[in-house]
Design a protein around this ligand. Sequence first.
Ligand code: 13P
Length: 257
Amino acid sequence: MARKPLIAGNWKMNNTIGEAVVLAQEISNEFYNDWSDHVDCVVCPPFVDLKPVKTVFEFDRTKIGLGAQNVYWEPSGAFTGETSVPMLKEIGCSWCIVGHSERRILFGETNEDVNLKVKALLEGGIAPIVCVGESLAVRDAGNYLEFVTAQVRAALAGIDEGAAKECVIAYEPIWAIGTGRTATPEQAEEVCAAIRATLNDMFGADNADPIRILYGGSMNEGNAALLLAEADIDGGLIGGASLNAKSFMAIVKDAMR
Ligand code: 13P
């Protein structure tokens, strides 16, 4: 099955509200709605920027999607500092990144946490973008396929076969994030193909086939086309290059080719 490409921009902890509104407007200006027949384009700003960015997108009637960068699995209650699925839903998020390596490393997010977040998002009708990826030490040790596929199994454990197709997996080797050192298309494809085989094994080929697998890690307008040409790479999760509207849209255009 030919999967529709997905290009998502992870703004990380960048852009005050004023800056976010400017960037959202620039991105919207660059995007033509009929592109959405061929590619899903999503931006994931910090929580405080979600509503202002949504307001820009609504005003422009753009078909660019909105995603959050994290979520908590309980719907409400005494969880100081956290944000729930219903809150994201109300703002208009259709997507949410979970398990980003920065959250796993800096904030102690575990595979079990990621699994709970995935389940809560699916229940609430928000598509999880589940990040997986190995450190340089794991890559050098040679067991990166086992490591990454175990992360996929843990993140999606207990998910209903029918709901699995709503999930997106983002393969982001930690050694390629923000380093300018991109995985080669062959390196990325090797792991994405192993992820695809794991998904087939977990959910059956028919249910797993629509699940999109993204590559992330120093993806930019110079290297996107070759990565996106690989059979099991269905899009990109873009960090640094998503903070510039023209660079981000150049990648979106590459995904349509
Ligand atoms: P960079 O594109 O800045 O390497 O970041 C990738 C990433 O972590 C996206 O989630």
